[in-house]
Design a protein around this ligand. Structure first.
Ligand code: MN
Length: 429
């Protein structure tokens, strides 16, 4: 890992919260993510399972976490099983956790090698009534690829068919959405690295530069500052490309007079930032570009005001839609008479702003959370309105990351330039 050691108090705190919500006499089992095949004998770079990291701080493949708070044998109340390293693995793959390092990273005292997992589990699981399994329950994604937690679940059910099986996801959905101080610090770090990448790019962009050259500048800054890399596939979309919402080709030349839409951000210690900005290739917005830009910025500022504890998703999106509709009328893109007659189920603003305004952010870029629970203190949400006008070859999106506090909210990206004049000033300095 490139990031500095994370305070293990975070993971001890998370485990304490997690086990406090289990039914009595329960055992919970978590597996590392699989190492996914890339091609031939190659794997993709390993990415830890977010729940596994949340509860253990262990960022290594082939690891198992067992939590059994009521275990009659105290030694097995919290146990980590790790891949046993060897001189051969050290030579070919490099360093793996020693038991002492795993203790320091996780705060867990009982560490065993993975080869002992089946035997130790068998000595304790028959004393438990309930077994909690970690399923990926993201409601925007349905699995077609089997993953380790599911495969291991199938084996457990064969071997221990009469235990009561439960879902850890229901507990984690409520816990992960509320960020603790250490998580907020890690997210701030991801935002700071993202800020430095953006300022670097503001000084780099000029007519004729290619989108991929900008991408190279960004990753240079990220890696230099110990980011793992991009939090998600970076979008560097000049001119009309900005109208492709998930444009990731990044292979076109940025032309004089166009705006480039950026949606990229850093991942630091598995925590993500998520930023969007839209800048003029030549350092000056045209009047029309500035009008659209400022309309998006006004929607963003008004939306951020609503990102406070107690706000309900649907009300929030409806309200943002109304503000956006007003701006689109102001820009001459919508007609107020048409708006008066619109079908409320298919509001006209969606022609120019077709995606959601916010999502939770954390260990996942689209973080795991309930859509039906009001916002709470400790939530981190994005705010990312946009206006896309294909007929003008223009798309503008702005996105900051907002932490809800007991007194309102804090913009974790408040030091990333966003006012049009400020961006022009830096580009021309
Ligand atoms: Mn986003």
């Amino acid at each position: 890992m490139k990031y500095l050691p994370v305070n293990d108090a975070l993971f001890t705190f998370n485990r304490k919260n997690f086990v406090s919500r289990l039914k009595p006499n329960s055992i919970a089992i978590f597996h590392s993510n699989d190492e996914y095949p890339r091609n031939g004998d190659q794997n993709f770079i390993f990415k830890q399972n977010p729940d596994f990291f949340y509860l253990s701080g262990i960022d290594q493949e082939q690891s198992v976490l067992v939590l059994y708070p009521d275990c009659p044998n105290h030694q097995y109340r919290e146990v980590l099983f790790l891949r046993q390293t060897s001189e051969l693995i050290a030579v070919w793959e490099g360093h793996k956790y020693t038991k002492d390092e795993a203790r320091a990273a996780s705060g867990i005292q009982s560490i065993f090698w993975l080869t002992e997992y089946d035997t130790i589990l068998h000595t304790i699981i028959n004393y438990a009534d309930n077994v909690y399994i970690n399923t990926n329950e993201n409601d925007r994604y349905s699995h077609t690829v089997p993953y380790r937690d599911m495969r291991e679940y199938e084996k457990l059910r064969q071997r221990y068919p009469l235990h009561n099986y439960h879902r850890s996801a229901l507990v984690l959905r409520d816990l992960r959405v509320v960020k603790s101080d250490i998580e907020i610090e890690l997210t701030r770090k991801a935002c700071e690295i993202t800020r430095d990448g953006f300022i670097r790019v503001l000084k780099f962009v000029k007519p004729g530069v290619a989108e991929y050259e900008i991408e190279a500048e960004v990753i240079h800054e990220f890696i230099k500052q110990r980011a793992t890399g991009h939090a998600y596939n970076p979008i560097i979309a000049s001119g009309k490309n900005a109208n492709v919402l998930h444009y990731v080709e990044n292979n076109q030349v940025c032309n004089d007079g166009d705006v480039i839409l950026f949606d990229w951000a850093a991942e630091y210690a598995n925590y993500n930032a998520d930023m969007s900005r839209s800048i003029p290739v030549n350092g000056r917005y045209t009047n029309r570009q500035r009008d659209v830009y400022n309309a998006v910025l006004r929607v963003m500022k008004a939306s951020i005001q609503m990102i406070v504890a107690g706000t309900v998703w649907n009300d929030y999106h409806d309200e943002v839609g109304k503000i956006m509709t007003g701006e689109l009328i102001g820009l001459g893109l919508l007609d107020k008479h048409d708006v008066a007659k619109q079908d409320p189920k298919a509001p006209l603003y969606k022609k120019y702003f077709m995606h959601g305004t916010s999502h939770h952010l954390g260990l996942d870029v689209h973080d795991f959370a309930s859509r039906y629970k009001p916002f709470e203190v400790g939530n981190i949400l994005t705010c990312e309105p946009g206006i896309y006008i294909p007929e003008e070859g223009l798309g503008i999106r702005l996105e900051n990351n907002i932490l809800i506090t007991k007194d309102g909210n804090v913009d974790l990206m408040s030091d990333i330039p966003i006012e049009a004049e400020h961006i022009e000033e830096i580009m021309n300095s």
